[in-house]
Design a protein around this ligand. Structure first.
Ligand SMILES: Cc1cc2nc3c(=O)[nH]c(=O)nc-3n(C[C@H](O)[C@H](O)[C@H](O)COP(=O)(O)OP(=O)(O)OC[C@H]3O[C@@H](n4cnc5c(N)ncnc54)[C@H](O)[C@@H]3O)c2cc1C
Length: 470
C-alpha cells in the first residue's frame, strides 16, 4: 500500500472515439490482474477515509482495495458486496469524480485519485467469473409478503435484501423488462444491458418474483396490493419530463429525451424499431437541449445513430453544467458540438416539422436558488439547423395519488414524503425509496435506499402481529 508517490494513476484503456461511435459497446475495457494490484496498492489507507464517507453506500473502499493489492480477491469481493447489492453497476455508472475518487485523499494531495470505480468493476466481474456471487439464501422463512412497485435499482436492491431476510417478495413492473432506468434510460455504452439482466436472473433464481407488464393502478390496483401484502414498497422513479419554456406542440420532431433513449435501448435489446420516424437521429441535424447526464446520453446516442451533426445547447457555461465532467469529455471526444450560454427562443417549422431553431446568447449573472449562476440575455439571437430536437431538461414525479387512487402524503415537489431514517410513509405499511422520494438522483442512491428500506420493512414486519412460519 501507500504506493501513490511511486505509481501513477491509471485507468483501463478506452476505445478510440472514431471506433466507439460506430457501435453501442461499453467504451472502457477492464483492468487485468497486474494493473488491479498496482492501482489498488496506491491507496494511502488514510485514517479518515473520505472515499468511504462520500460514498452514499459508505462502501468500505480502503479495506477491499487492500485485499485486492494483497491478492485476496474473494475477501475483497465479500467486503465490497456487504454494503452494495450491485457493485459492478456502481463501478460503471457512478460519477466517481464527484463521490469517492473526487474526495480521495491521494487526489487531494495532488497525486491523482485511486481509480476506485474501475477496480470495483474489475473485482465484481472476477467474482462473477469465479462463482463467488452466490444465490441469496435465508435461514428464515417468514409468512409475510412484500410487494415492490418498480424494478429499478431501488426496487431491485430492496428485493435482494428482503429475500435474503426470508420474505416472499413480488415485484410489479409496468415495463416488459426489469431494471428501470438501468435498462431503458442509461445507454449500453455506459452500462451493458447484460450486466443488468444477469442481476435480474440472479434475483429470480434467488426467489424474487417479477411480474412484468403489470402497471399498478392499471393492471392491478394499489388497493389489491394493500389487501394481499404485509408491506408495500413504492419505487416507481420519476418520469414526467420537464418542458421547454417555448411552445413545441405544433411540431412532431421535438421529442422528450426518454422517448429517444427508450427507443434506442429497445432496438439495442433486439426489439423491432418503432414506426415513429422521429425517434431516430440517423442523417439528421440533432439539437439536444440540456446540460445533465441525460443530455450527454442523448448526444452520444445520436452520434452513434449516424446523425449528420449533433449540437448540445446549454444555457449556462461548461463549469456550471450539472452533468459529470467525465461524460462531457467523452461527448467532446466523440465530436459533439457544445453551444454554451444558449437559451432556446423559437422553433422555425415547415408545417408540422421543425427545420431550425433560434436561441438567445446569454451571459452569467448572480448565483440563483440552484446554487449556480443565472443566465442573462445579451440581446443577441442566433439560429441553428435542427431536424430533430431532443429535450433533456430533467424529470419530475407523476401524480402518484391520482395514479394509485391513494392518499399518501407527498412533498411540495410531489415526491413521496418519508421519514428518511425509515423510508416509511404516513401509512405505516407503505414505504418508498429511490427517485420517487429524492427526485431525479443517482443509481447509487437508489441502491442505498433499497438497502435501508429493506431493513426498515424487516423491523416493521418483525414487530407486526403475523408470526414466522413454523
Ligand atoms: C437517461 C438517464 C441516464 C442516467 N445515467 C445515470 C448514470 O450514469 N449514473 C447514475 O448514477 N444515475 C444515472 N441516472 C439516474 C438513475 O438512473 C436513477 O436515479 C435511478 O435509476 C433511480 O432508480 P429508481 O429505482 O428509483 O427508479 P427507476 O430506475 O426509474 O425505476 C422505476 C421503475 O418503476 C416502474 N414503474 C413506475 N410506475 C409503475 C407502476 N405504476 N407500476 C409498476 N411499475 C412502475 C418503472 O417502469 C421503472 O422500471 C440516469 C437517468 C437517466 C434518465
Amino acid at each position: 500500500m501507500l504506493e501513490f508517490h511511486k505509481k501513477k494513476p491509471k485507468n483501463p484503456s478506452k476505445t478510440e472515439p472514431e471506433k466507439r461511435i460506430k457501435d453501442f459497446q461499453e467504451i472502457y475495457s477492464q483492468f487485468g490482474k497486474n494493473d488491479s494490484v498496482e492501482q489498488s496498492s496506491r491507496c494511502s489507507q488514510c485514517g479518515i477515509p473520505y472515499c468511504q464517507i462520500h460514498c452514499p453506500l459508505n462502501n468500505n473502499i480502503p479495506d477491499w482495495l487492500r485485499y485486492i493489492a494483497e491478492g485476496r480477491l474473494e475477501e475483497a469481493y465479500q467486503v465490497s458486496a456487504s454494503t452494495n447489492a450491485f457493485p459492478e453497476v456502481c463501478g460503471r455508472v457512478c460519477p466517481q469524480d464527484r463521490l469517492c475518487e473526487g474526495n480521495c485523499v491521494v487526489e487531494q494531495a495532488g497525486f491523482g485519485a485511486i481509480t476506485i470505480g474501475n477496480l470495483e468493476k474489475y473485482l465484481t466481474e472476477i467474482a462473477w467469473e469465479k462463482g463467488w456471487v452466490r444465490n441469496l439464501s435465508s435461514q428464515n422463512q417468514y409468512k409475510q409478503k412484500v410487494a415492490i412497485i418498480g424494478s429499478g435499482p431501488a426496487g431491485m436492491a430492496a428485493s435482494a435484501y428482503l429475500t435474503q431476510n426470508g420474505y416472499q417478495v413480488d415485484v410489479f413492473e409496468k415495463n416488459d423488462r426489469a431494471g428501470g432506468l438501468m435498462i431503458y434510460g442509461i445507454p449500453n455504452f455506459k452500462l451493458d444491458k447484460k450486466i443488468v439482466e444477469r442481476r435480474t436472473e440472479w434475483l429470480t433464481e434467488s426467489g424474487v418474483t417479477f411480474n412484468l407488464n403489470t402497471e399498478v393502478g392499471k393492471n392491478i390496483s394499489f388497493q389489491d396490493l394493500e389487501k394481499d401484502y404485509d408491506a408495500i414498497l413504492i419505487a416507481t422513479g420519476v418520469y414526467k419530463a420537464r418542458q421547454l419554456d417555448i411552445d413545441t406542440s405544433s411540431v412532431n420532431n421535438s421529442i422528450p429525451a426518454l422517448d429517444f433513449l427508450i427507443e434506442s435501448n429497445r432496438t439495442g435489446l433486439g426489439d423491432s424499431p418503432s414506426k415513429n420516424k422521429y425517434l431516430t437521429a440517423k442523417d439528421k441535424h440533432v439539437v439536444v437541449i440540456g446540460g445533465g447526464d441525460t443530455a450527454m446520453d442523448c448526444v452520444r446516442t445520436a452520434i452513434r445513430q449516424q446523425a449528420k451533426e449533433v449540437t448540445c445547447l446549454y444555457r449556462r457555461n461548461k463549469e456550471n453544467m450539472p452533468g459529470s465532467a467525465r461524460e462531457v469529455l467523452n461527448a467532446e471526444q466523440e465530436g459533439i458540438k457544445f453551444n454554451w450560454l444558449s437559451v432556446p427562443s423559437k422553433i422555425i417549422s415547415d408545417s408540422s416539422t421543425a427545420t431550425s431553431m433560434t436561441y438567445k446568447v446569454a451571459t452569467l449573472g448572480e448565483v440563483d436558488e440552484s446554487g449556480r449562476r443565472k443566465p442573462i440575455d445579451t440581446g443577441v439571437e442566433k439560429q441553428i439547423k435542427s431536424d430533430l430536437i431532443i429535450q433533456a431538461l430533467g424529470f419530475e414525479p407523476e401524480d402518484l395519488n391520482h395514479n394509485f387512487k391513494t392518499n399518501i402524503e407527498l412533498t411540495s415537489w410531489k415526491t413521496v414524503k418519508v421519514d428518511f431514517k425509515k423510508f416509511q410513509t404516513n401509512n405505516p405499511k407503505i414505504f418508498a425509496a429511490g427517485d420517487i422520494v429524492r427526485g431525479a438522483s443517482l443509481v447509487v442512491w437508489a441502491i442505498h435506499d433499497g438497502r435501508e428500506v429493506a431493513k426498515s420493512i424487516h423491523n416493521f414486519l418483525q414487530n407486526s402481529k403475523i408470526k414466522k412460519a413454523s
